[in-house]
Write a protein that binds this ligand. Structure first.
Ligand code: ADP
Ligand code: MG
Length: 232
């Protein structure tokens, strides 16, 4: 049967990330919070997707499920064609280390390790075999000169760049960012967004949870969450 090619079908290879019908509940005593109620989405390679929504709409819960840091009660998540949900914790951690880059607003670096050691640690977690070419990564994010600095010695902008270098240490299929520019000045924010977008253009899928109009502006697509559901 001849199928009509849609732009979706035209993209070769597996999606960077696919989530199907994710459900996640939290129970505290008598009270149950329905944090995710059937969320499905995909991020293609080369694509930058922004996820927006009011506080409490489920954005961070979604990101944790996509990264395999949390398990959805229902539904499944694939990264780079490999299922990460409903796996033993250790296996999820291994898949995450190899395929997922995570960038948070803060806390991306281990405090007592310098920038290079942080990158090496991320590479070891993924059992990455190649040379630890931290210098190339640091060049890409523009802080080669800070290779031996401890996190506490970095400015806010440098910290964000170093966090991005760690997130990219294993050349992930998908980069997941939760409010990555929430604490940055305008110029630094634009630079980090430019780097994220550039990474997508070289074949990674990028998903950014954000409140920032700047981040929404650079996205190819925007997904709005409300009460644990995607709004159409
Ligand atoms: P957002 O990131 O959009 O602000 P969250 O994903 O953090 O939203 O939270 C979605 C809902 O789930 C909120 O009502 C929140 O209170 C609840 N929630 C999130 N994590 C937990 C948890 N560990 N225990 C109980 N409730 C939680
Ligand atoms: Mg949140």
């Amino acid at each position: 049967m001849a199928a009509v090619a849609t732009p979706d079908d035209a993209v070769p290879g597996p999606d960077a990330l696919t989530a199907r019908e994710l459900y996640r509940f939290f129970r505290a005593g008598e009270e149950e919070t329905l944090a995710l109620r059937g969320v499905s989405l995909r991020v293609r390679r080369g694509e930058t997707v922004a996820v927006i929504g009011p506080s409490g709409s489920g954005k961070s819960t979604l990101l944790a499920c996509l990264a395999g840091l949390d398990e959805p009660a229902g539904g499944d998540v694939h990264v780079g064609g490999e299922r990460i949900s409903h796996r033993p914790e250790a296996l999820r951690a291994r898949i995450r280390a190899r395929r997922v880059g995570i960038l948070l607003q803060s806390g991306n670096l281990i405090a007592h390790l310098d920038v290079t050691a942080n990158i090496r640690l991320a590479r070891r977690a993924a059992r990455s075999t190649g040379p630890a070419d931290a210098g190339v990564l640091l060049d890409q994010v523009g802080i080669r000169g800070r290779a031996r600095a401890l996190p506490q010695e970095l400015s806010g902008g440098e910290l964000a760049r170093a966090g991005l270098a760690v997130a990219l240490a294993n050349d992930p299929d998908v980069l997941l960012a939760d409010e990555p520019t929430g604490e940055l000045d305008g110029a630094t924010e634009r630079e980090i967004l430019r780097l994220l977008r550039g990474r997508a253009e070289s074949g990674c899928g990028v998903l950014i949870v954000t409140h920032s109009p700047e981040a929404v502006k650079i996205a190819d697509r925007v997904i709005a969450l409300r009460d644990g559901r995607i709004q159409r």
